[in-house]
Design a protein around this ligand. Sequence first.
Ligand code: UT7
Length: 383
Amino acid sequence: MMTRYAHIVGWGCYLPDRTVTNDELSQIVDTSDEWIYQRTGIRTRHIAAAHETTATLAFEAAARALAVADMHPSQVDLIIVATSTPAYMFPSTACLVQDYLGATKAAAFDLSAACSGFVYALQMAAQSIATGSMRNAIIIGSETMSRVLDWSDRSTCVLFGDGAGAVVLKGSSIPGGVMATTLRSDGSGADLLSLPALYHNPVPVMGAEFSTNGHHKNIIDMDGRQVYRFATNVIASSIQDVLRQAELTADDIALIIPHQANTRIIETAAKKLKMPMEKFYLNVEHNGNTSAASIPLALCDAVREGRLKPDDNVVFVGFGGGLTWGASVVKWGVRPQEAAPSGNEWKRVRYVLARGRSRLRRLQRKVEAIVTGRSDNGKEPER
Ligand code: UT7
């Protein structure tokens, strides 16, 4: 079979309008702008409005990425949403996005790898394209972290923010795109960073601890110092691993886009790698830690600032709960003039139509159920 390369041909981001400054947070917990900025590099973060969900954020980012790629939703074969904050275990966030986009031929699923989720999803999609089973895919990192924070815990609530970023991958026989990836995990560190699922249905036979998974709230719990140490080590090791795999050296890399958790973590990793900080792209100051969304959000800003040009090698590196970590080398193939989406507003009409079609499908199912006279479980009703 001919080798297929998965090229990034579109990218898009969405950040909720509402921003919250460090000073605002200092009015609800015992903290200060000085502490937060010095320890993390964060000044502000975006917080989703009540009507926004992880799926609506993801949809906005995906629609923008499709506009840049100049691709119709019906051409999409695969949608992966990397998230730790889905509204439902099922339907997946990806299925909701599939419906909002009207991507009628796409497979859709969510991927759980915490802050490494984007790099994991990129590799799953790139491999699907490389084998020829998929042609075009949308990878989305989307989070509403504000919904899983304990807003009275200063050690976590000041760190995170909401947002979504997406890329469109397209298969091509031209070498480039996702060139090498390394993915790793270490479940022995599961307790260092966790977000429990809550089961409301008690299981008396198994014991009380199974009803709530041992926790009573689905809020983030983190051992900051341990995660910090882990992060600085794995950023350096996974970048070295992926460069080896791609047969490249640090000098061949134009830009590294790390998961945006903390400026100091990146500075320490840069020192370990003996690489200048100018090679690392940072926007944590404006967004905080948006978990799986942080790398594609940073990519959007980097492209907008002209930090990537055709044939540049860019490295994405993620790390987080699980523990999970991973890095990808991508050969950037988009020329600046191709990066400006055209007719964006007009294209949004198709999403209004997608919502209409979705409503019609639901109505059609109801009508079919009435007309066929079958009960909900599909059995013939008793006569
Ligand atoms: O995306 C997933 C990956 N997550 C990460 O990468 C996060 C990794 N960890 C970190 O970024 C850092 O560990 C933090 C930013 C979370 C914390 O920074 P730190 O320098 O490790 O601080 P610390 O936890 O050692 O706490 C130092 C002090 C403590 O007070 P004492 O015990 O020295 O009196 C904390 O209680 O700072 C205190 N503190 C705060 N003070 C003001 C903790 N949070 C705050 C706060 N404001 N928000």
